[in-house]
Design a protein around this ligand. Structure first.
Ligand code: 13P
Length: 248
């Protein structure tokens, strides 16, 4: 039984002040047994948030990372820098990064860089509305896993700490989450595609996760946690999500 994992992706939201308030509110979640809770603030706030989260047993993640180690890459942030300031996790290939910034081509390099730095990559995958309509969900997931170098022949120890997040694009920010059955089906396809690795890798669901729907998603056998966007900035809602995930 994997320990449930709840990750809050704050996206490009917040200020020093509002983030301090959210942290005040969610601090008790670090002491909650039965669930690992991670928050992913924007880059500029990571170094300020990291000491606070580590003091209370919360984990911290970045929303993006460069595939390069260091050097003349203006505007980029390297995995070693993230490790240096106390990051634990890194989101890779979020659908917003794929759609708006062309990151689909970067995921294999980002994954390798993240693992080299000893951080845990959270590889995000998911089909858009049109692909879903055309019945292409499984093939999209397989091709995204293949682009990350995750299909066939990877050794478990090379991928220690890998997390996968299934985030159907049509469910993100719409209030319209995947049904528990559809989420379970997609998670099963992902686990099967990971082969021998599959049993080791936590697979999270993301896309309009709320207190209202988290329990029915979490009881699915292949749903190991959730990746939460909008609701992760609302202290009461996020607290409820974490409590329900711990119980599931
Ligand atoms: P919402 O929870 O706002 O739908 O966002 C999901 C997401 O993109 C998390 O990475």
């Amino acid at each position: 039984m994997r320990k449930p994992l709840v990750i809050g992706n704050w996206k490009m939201n917040g200020s020093r002040r509002s983030i301090a308030q959210v942290l005040d509110g969610i601090e008790p979640l670090g002491r909650q047994s039965g669930v690992e809770v991670v928050v992913c603030p924007p880059f500029v706030y990571l170094a300020e948030v990291a000491p606070r989260t580590s003091a209370v047993g919360l984990r911290i993640g970045a929303q993006h990372v460069s595939e390069y180690e260091s050097g003349a890459y203006t505007g980029e942030v390297g995995a070693a820098m993230l490790a240096d300031i106390g990051c634990d996790y890194v989101l890779i290939g979020h659908s917003e990064r794929r759609a708006l910034f062309g990151d689909g081509k970067r995921v294999a390099g980002q994954l390798a860089a993240t693992l080299r730095a000893g951080l845990k990559p959270v590889l995000c995958l998911g089909e858009d509305a049109e692909q879903r309509q055309l019945g292409e969900t499984r093939s999209v997931l397989l091709s995204q896993l293949a682009a990350a170098g995750l299909v066939g022949g990877r050794e478990t120890e090379q991928l220690a700490g890998l997390v996968v997040a299934y985030e159907p694009v049509w469910a993100i920010g719409t209030g319209n989450a995947a049904s528990p059955d559809d989420a379970q089906q997609a998670h099963r396809w992902i686990r099967e595609a990971l082969g021998a690795l599959g049993g080791e890798v936590p697979i999270l669901y993301g896309g309009s996760v709320m207190a209202e729907n988290v329990a029915e998603l979490m009881v699915q056998p292949d749903v190991d946690g959730v990746l939460v966007g909008g609701a992760s900035l609302r202290v009461g809602e996020f607290t409820a999500i974490c409590a329900l995930a711990a119980k599931a």
